[in-house]
Write a protein that binds this ligand. Structure first.
Ligand code: AG3
Length: 280
C-alpha cells in the first residue's frame, strides 16, 4: 500500500513527524504493530502508535541499552532480556560472546513481523546460544530460580499491558535473579520525566546501587533518552577499566565507545535536580 504521508507521534502538545513511503505490515493483536518504509530513516517499527525503532538510529538506542551494562562487568556469560522482540538488543549482546542468552517476549507477532520485514536482529535470534520464549516477562522473573550475570529490560512505554513492568514487585524479582548488573530503558527525561522518576524510585527500592545515564535517540520523543542501571554491588564507571575491556572484546559499534559510556553518566543540572530526592 502506497501512503506517502506523514507518520505522527504526539506527546505533550508536540509531535514527531516522519515521512512514510509505504506500509509493509499493519496488524492488531496484543499490540497494534506497524512497520513502515520511511523516506529518510529506513524501515520503522511502531507499536501502539509509538516509534520503537528506525533503521537509521536504532543502534544509538540498542548499543547504549546493552554495552553500558555489559562493559560494566567482567565475563558476561548468561544474559536475560525482557522484551526486545525486534532482536536488536540480542544482536548487541552476542557481540560480548556470552554462553547463553534468554529472551522473554510477550508478543510473538512482533518477533515474526520484525524478522520478516526488518531483520534488525541480523540472524541473532537464530543463534544456537539464544533461546526465545513467548511469555509474560513479569511472570517469568517472578517464578525464575535461575540467576543471570545481566538482566536487560527492553520494554515499551508504560501502558495498561506493560504497566507492571515498571512496578516495584517486578524490579524486586529482577534483583533476586541478577548476579551482576541490571539495566532498563527509562523513557525521555525531558518529555516523560514522571515515568523516569517512577521507575527510578521503584528500582531504588529493589537494588542498593542505582544510576541514570542518557544519550540521544533522534526518533524518540524529544530525542533525549534515559536508561537506569542497577546492581547489588557498586557500579563502577572507571575509564581505564572500560578502555581495557573495549580493547579486549574488539566490538564494532556505530554509537558506543568508552568515552560515550563515561559521558552518558554526566547529567544536566535540571535532570539531577529532578531525581535528587529519589537518589540521595
Ligand atoms: N523500546 C523503547 C522505545 C520507547 C519509545 N517510545 C516512544 N516512541 N514513545 C524500544 C524497543 C527497541 N528494541
Amino acid at each position: 500500500m502506497d501512503t506517502n504521508q506523514w507518520f505522527v507521534e504526539t506527546y505533550n502538545g508536540s509531535a514527531l513527524m516522519i515521512r512514510v513511503k509505504n506500509t509493509l505490515f499493519d496488524h492488531r493483536g496484543i499490540q497494534h504493530i506497524q512497520i513502515f518504509e520511511t523516506e529518510s530513516f529506513g524501515k520503522m517499527l511502531v507499536l501502539d502508535g509509538k516509534v520503537q525503532l528506525t533503521e537509521r538510529d536504532e543502534t544509538f538506542y540498542h548499543e547504549m541499552l546493552v554495552h553500558v551494562p555489559l562493559f560494566t562487568i567482567d565475563n558476561p556469560e548468561k544474559i536475560l532480556v525482557i522484551g526486545g522482540g525486534d532482536g536488536g538488543t540480542v544482536r548487541e549482546i552476542l557481540k560480548h560472546n556470552p554462553s547463553e542468552v534468554l529472551m522473554i517476549e510477550i508478543d510473538r507477532d512482533v518477533v515474526d513481523a520484525c524478522r520478516k520485514y526488518i531483520g534488525v536482529d541480523r540472524g541473532s535470534l537464530d543463534d544456537e546460544r539464544v533461546t526465545v520464549l513467548f511469555e509474560d516477562g513479569i511472570e517469568f522473573v517472578r517464578n525464575s530460580n535461575e540467576r543471570f550475570d545481566a538482566v536487560i529490560v527492553d520494554g515499551t512505554d508504560p501502558n495498561p499491558v506493560s504497566k507492571s513492568l515498571i512496578e516495584e514487585e517486578f524490579y524486586k524479582s529482577c534483583s533476586r535473579i541478577t548476579k551482576k548488573i541490571f539495566s532498563t530503558q527509562s523513557q525521555s527525561p525531558f518529555a516523560q520525566g514522571d515515568y523516569l522518576r517512577e521507575m527510578l524510585s521503584n528500582i531504588k527500592d529493589a537494588f542498593p546501587h542505582v544510576s541514570i545515564y542518557i544519550n540521544f535517540v533522534p526518533t524518540y520523543p524529544s530525542g533525549l533518552w534515559s536508561y537506569i542501571i542497577a546492581s547489588n554491588s557498586d557500579i563502577k564507571v572507571d575509564m581505564d577499566v572500560l578502555v581495557k575491556r573495549w580493547e579486549e572484546r574488539q566490538i564494532n559499534t556505530v554509537h558506543y565507545n568508552p568515552e560515550i559510556h563515561y559521558a552518558s553518566f554526566m547529567l544536566p543540572q535540571w535532570l539531577k535536580e529532578s531525581v535528587k530526592e529519589i537518589l540521595h
